[in-house]
Write a protein that binds this ligand. Structure first.
Ligand code: HEM
Length: 417
């Protein structure tokens, strides 16, 4: 799909001097015009130094193989909170909230091990029936012949239910989890953000820690159970976290299991509507669903970038990275790299190797929940297809102002009667 250029007064991708290209501008993603900027960088300057941005100087790594090189070399490219963490935008020092995604080994590995059983294959198999039942319930309640917001009625509803299950959170209050997820990832400069300063964000996340902290303390007194709070409360490496680490860990688990899958649920429907011949292929063969799910996750790329900090001088793609440099890896770009993926700008539901993409990252931080996300998406499409062979997108999507989460705020759709 060719994206419209210059919609927000951004400079043109081809005529901008190379060193003025700054892919950290959140408008690129809100207006969905990021593609040509990355195409140019991959072609002309794959490991790109941006000397000036709202977040200071940084390297932008844009090709699949270079991104992989950063991901697998955590000895050099650190995720540590105290060096700046995993986003181009740093959390203010006195409000930073470490969690295992913002740590290096050994602490990262110890904490990750505490929660990973929740998404182990046996537990996923146990959860499948329940996820299907809830999905069917949500789908059966959708209106016919009437425009409604897919994001709110389907994507948010389903992922929020999943989160409430993972945390064993009071069912009727489950949208609080969605709210805290939005708070955790909001760009505070966006007028639509639920919070408008770092102080406000911190205060809301303190409320989250209080509410979930009460449940955590209760579960610490009870025998271990199979929910995230109980696991954290009983885990050797997590049972006595300092308050800001507790806040960070909760935010990681809430955002991890929420926004990303939510946006894949919305983005998949949009992609099928953009590519009617693929939608037709799917209607003719439900066996394509598992491969399509991976293609959706690639095409949507729900996490736009990750950031690392160089702990020593290094060579990357012929460039000299210095100790202390901020190195950003752009999954949206790696997933559109023609040297790694054939016809990468096309949405093709029957690709030969659909799981070959960067959306879940790689190396020691590779997404814990990737199989759960795939399961939720597979069930959604298995239940959607026989019920509603046609779901029309009837208006433009509203996208989130963010350079981190590739989010869709709303999508008007209609299911013909
Ligand atoms: C389509 C859905 C999802 C996408 C695209 C996604 C993407 C990612 C990415 C890019 C990373 C960082 C990888 C790296 O740095 O190499 C990550 C890490 C993580 N994800 Fe996901 N995720 C998804 C769903 C989930 C779900 C459902 C959960 C929870 C149940 C989850 C929990 C986590 C956690 C805890 C981490 C940190 C892992 C670590 O640092 O070791 N994610 N995810």
């Amino acid at each position: 799909m060719t994206a419209p250029l210059d919609t927000a007064g951004l400079s043109d991708a081809e005529s901008t001097p190379l060193d003025a290209i700054d892919v950290s501008d959140p408008r690129l993603y809100q207006d969905d015009v990021w593609q040509p900027y990355f195409a140019r960088l991959r072609r002309e300057d794959p490991v790109h130094y941006c000397p000036q941005s709202s977040y200071g100087p940084y390297w932008a790594v844009t090709k699949y193989k270079d991104i992989m090189q950063v991901e697998v070399n955590h000895q050099v490219y650190s995720s540590a909170s105290e060096l700046g963490g995993i986003q181009i935008e740093e959390q203010p020092k006195d409000m930073d909230r470490p969690s295992f995604i913002r740590m290096d080994p050994p602490k990262h590995d110890e904490q990750r091990k505490v929660v990973s059983p929740v998404v182990a294959p046996a537990n996923l198999a146990n959860m499948e029936g329940m996820i299907r039942e809830r999905t069917v319930h949500v789908l059966e309640g959708l209106p016919r012949n009437e425009t409604f917001d897919w994001v709110d009625r389907v994507s948010i509803e389903l992922t929020t239910m999943m989160l409430a299950t993972l945390f064993d959170y009071p069912w009727e209050d489950r949208r609080q989890l969605t709210y805290w997820s939005d708070v955790a990832i909001a760009n505070v400069n966006s007028p639509e953000a639920p919070v408008h300063s770092e102080e406000e964000r911190f205060a809301e996340l303190q409320k989250m820690a209080q509410r979930l902290g009460a449940l955590f303390s209760e579960r610490a007194q009870m025998p271990p159970r199979f929910d995230l709070l109980s696991m954290l409360a009983h885990g050797e490496a997590t049972r006595a976290m300092p308050i800001r680490e507790f806040m960070g860990t909760l935010a990681l688990l809430i955002v991890g299991g929420n926004d990303t899958t939510r946006n894949s649920m919305t983005g998949g429907l949009m992609a099928l509507n953009e590519y009617p011949e693929e939608y037709e292929k799917l209607r003719g063969n439900a066996g394509l669903i598992p491969g399509m799910v991976s293609e959706i996750v690639r095409y949507v790329t729900p996490v736009i970038h990750m950031r690392r900090t160089a702990k020593e001088d290094a060579e990357l793609g012929g460039k000299h990275i210095r100790k202390g440099d901020k190195v950003t890896i752009w999954y949206v770009s790696g997933n559109r790299d023609p040297d790694a993926i054939d016809d990468p700008d096309c949405f093709t539901i029957d690709r030969p190797r659909p799981r070959q993409h960067l959306s879940f990252g790689f190396g020691i931080h590779r997404c814990v929940g990737n199989r759960l996300a795939e399961l939720q998406l597979r069930i959604l499409w298995e239940e959607l297809l026989p019920r509603f062979p046609v779901i029309e997108v009837v208006g433009p999507a509203r996208r989130v102002y963010s350079n981190f989460i590739h989010g869709i705020r709303s999508l008007p759709v209609r299911i013909p009667a």
